[in-house]
Design a protein around this ligand. Structure first.
Ligand code: DQA
Length: 145
């Protein structure tokens, strides 16, 4: 079976996972999550391309790249850009590759400014609130698309 290429794009401050507000985001690092995704991806026939940046434009560029590379799906945890970035909304709309919005926490149970998601307005679907498990659930959904 040919491997399905899945981009996993992570936005600002997610490089601090493990140290950053562990009571909200858990104790696993982004590398830990990447390793879990690679392992589950092998079972699901998915090749994982894991990226992180603190810069909005990198996420825009990588969404375009995912399309150009023929990716099967993108998992996107845009961090705080979720709630601010019309550029990411437009980038998702500019590609046809399905984008699944992912969050470790459930933004709807948190501050009001987290209740709006620009990303979610163009995403295929959203998985939030399950900690690191959110990424694995999103990968399983992606593999089925
Ligand atoms: C987050 C939720 C966002 O509101 C926040 O800005 C983050 C992380 C999450 O994974 O729970 O940086 O995307």
């Amino acid at each position: 079976m040919a491997s399905k290429l899945v981009y996993v794009l992570n936005g600002p401050n997610l490089n601090r996972l493990g140290k950053r507000e562990p009571e909200i985001y858990g104790s696993q690092t982004l590398d830990d999550i990447g390793a879990m995704l690679v392992e589950r991806g092998e079972a699901l026939g998915c090749e994982i391309e894991m990226r992180q940046s603190n810069h909005e434009g990198h996420l825009v560029d990588w969404l375009h790249e995912a399309q150009d590379e023929g990716a099967h799906a993108v998992l996107l945890n845009a961090g705080a850009y979720t709630h601010t970035s019309v550029a990411l909304l437009d980038a998702i709309r500019s590609v046809s590759v399905p984008v699944i919005e992912v969050h470790l926490s459930n933004p709807h149970t948190r501050e009001a400014f987290r209740h709006t998601s620009w990303v979610g307005q163009a995403a295929k679907g959203t998985i939030a609130g399950f900690g690191a498990q959110s990424y694995l659930l999103a990968l399983e959904a992606a593999a089925e698309l």
